[in-house]
Design a protein around this ligand. Structure first.
Ligand SMILES: [Zn+2]
Length: 241
């Protein structure tokens, strides 16, 4: 277990709703964490089968494509372990079923830090607040506290799967309305864009996407008071010890 500021060999678990969410929200930060020597694992609640605009393929085919794209994007950043929970894209609910399955992953991976999506809706940037993102963020926060650490929450996790309680020390939230931490990703933005490019089924205009990502990262850095020319990703860091 580590505390922020003196981090060595941390285990970090990322929980997101769809393939590409982590790359848009935190690709530069994930690459930094990998370069710092941390071990990062992804948990995807859905396969993203409702994504994209190609109606000539089945949704099962789209799910397979998006799992592969996310696996490739993860590899670009240096992440090789991914867990797909297989919940239906577009219909994620922050219910006890999802809380149990995310708690199971937390107990299995035993992360020092969790990164997830905000359960709070942004009204100034509405596409960050897809209902699946809000539900995933809410269920993950419930799993971080109290479910994963409480032996009396989902007792079947221990009894039937042998998964002992685990406390996550720190939780990073992305896509929310009130970020307070602005991670400088100037040195890793190219890796972020390369990871995003792996999600080819979702991009009709990759060059425009690249420009959007660069512009947004510059706006975020400015909002965070970082020097001009810096690129950043915004987070809210919550002490969950
Ligand atoms: Zn999404």
């Amino acid at each position: 277990m580590s505390t922020r500021g003196s981090l060595v060999d941390m285990k970090i678990l990322v929980v997101t709703a769809h393939p590409d969410d982590v790359d848009f929200g935190a690709g530069g930060t994930i690459r930094k964490w990998i370069l710092e020597g941390h071990d990062v694992v992804y948990c995807l609640v859905t396969d993203g089968q409702a994504g994209g605009s190609d109606n000539t393929i089945t949704r099962d085919e789209m799910a397979a494509i998006r799992r592969r794209e996310q696996t490739d994007a993860a590899a670009v950043l240096g992440v090789t372990e991914l867990h797909f929970l297989g919940f239906p894209d577009g219909a994620v609910m922050a219910d006890l079923n999802l809380r149990r399955e995310i708690s199971a992953v937390i107990r299995r991976i035993k992360p020092d830090r969790v990164l997830t999506q905000s359960p709070e809706r942004r009204y100034d940037r509405i596409y960050a607040s897809h209902p699946d993102h809000l539900a995933t963020g809410e269920a993950t926060m419930c799993a971080v506290y109290p479910d994963a650490r409480n032996e009396f929450a989902f007792p079947e996790l221990l009894a039937e799967r042998g998964l002992a309680p685990h406390t996550v020390a720190e939780t990073w939230i992305m896509g929310g309305p009130n970020p307070k931490h602005f991670e400088d990703v100037s040195a890793t933005i190219d890796a972020k864009i390369a990871a995003l490019m792996c999600h080819a089924s979702q991009h009709q205009d990759p060059a425009a996407m690249r420009e959007r990502v660069l512009q947004w990262a510059a706006i975020v850095a400015d909002a965070g008071g970082l020097p001009s020319g810096t690129l950043a990703e915004p987070f809210l860091i919550v002490d969950t010890k």
